[in-house]
Ligand binder design. Structure first.
Ligand SMILES: CC(C)(COP(=O)(O)OP(=O)(O)OC[C@H]1O[C@@H](n2cnc3c(N)ncnc32)[C@H](O)[C@@H]1OP(=O)(O)O)[C@@H](O)C(=O)NCCC(=O)NCCS
Length: 185
């Protein structure tokens, strides 16, 4: 079973494996070390407790094993998604399912009108994930290919959840990506 869940204490080791040299070279950042894993988790948990919540950093777990991280930032004019998978799990469709789950959160629960994404021009696998999940290429800028996806492109009607109407921590736990079109369950 594939699910998106909140990150928390005890996820440090899994994060180190996800943010390895092989994966992070596509992000233009250094691999994670143990200190960074600790403070990132602290920041992620603090962001999850904010209300209103504007940053979702969720773990992608397969059969209970944390294999990736997907992010939705909506503290900017247009929300953005990003993702990273543990390198030894690439090519199994996990990122695609994770992004679909994140889009269900963005367009369903949060009622966002549009989400954007980008990847380095030398990272075609990431572009493939975005196209498979419905993103439309919008151009190229400063070494990145850019993409956008509107809720209406996927047939979602805008319906924002009332602020504070539901604890943020419940969202990731209820987000199932087991099917082809993940929904909040
Ligand atoms: C990009 C990334 C998330 C993809 O994860 P994944 O779980 O392997 O993705 P999926 O299996 O869902 O889909 C990958 C698709 O890319 C395709 N692909 C892989 N390598 C490719 C390449 N060199 N050229 C073109 N397509 C490629 C796969 O065939 C697959 O498409 P398909 O289903 O049509 O066959 C993963 O490689 C990763 O974590 N990379 C490092 C971090 C990163 O780049 N994040 C994105 C930053 S914007």
């Amino acid at each position: 079973m594939i699910e998106l869940r909140e990150l928390g204490p005890g996820d440090e080791e899994a994060l180190l494996r996800i943010y390895s040299a092989e994966s992070t070279r596509h992000l233009g950042r250094a691999p994670m070390d143990a200190d960074e894993a600790r403070y990132r988790l602290r920041d992620i948990m603090a962001a999850a407790a904010q209300s209103p919540r504007t940053l979702y950093v969720l773990g992608l777990a397969v059969d209970g094993h944390l294999l990736g991280v997907v992010k939705l930032h909506h503290d900017r004019p247009v929300a953005a998604v990003s993702y990273i998978l543990r390198a030894d799990t690439w090519g199994r469709g996990y990122a695609t399912k994770g992004v679909r789950g994140l889009l269900a959160l963005a367009f369903g629960h949060l009622g966002l009108p549009e989400v954007r994404a980008k990847h380095r021009t030398d990272n075609p696998a990431s572009g493939r994930v975005l196209r498979k999940t419905g993103f439309i290429p919008t151009g190229e800028r400063a070494g990145f290919k850019t993409y956008a996806l509107r809720s209406t492109d996927l047939g979602h009607e805008r319906q924002r959840h009332p602020p504070g109407g539901e604890p943020a921590t419940a969202i990731g736990n209820r987000l199932s990506t087991a099917g082809r079109s993940p929904t909040l369950v």
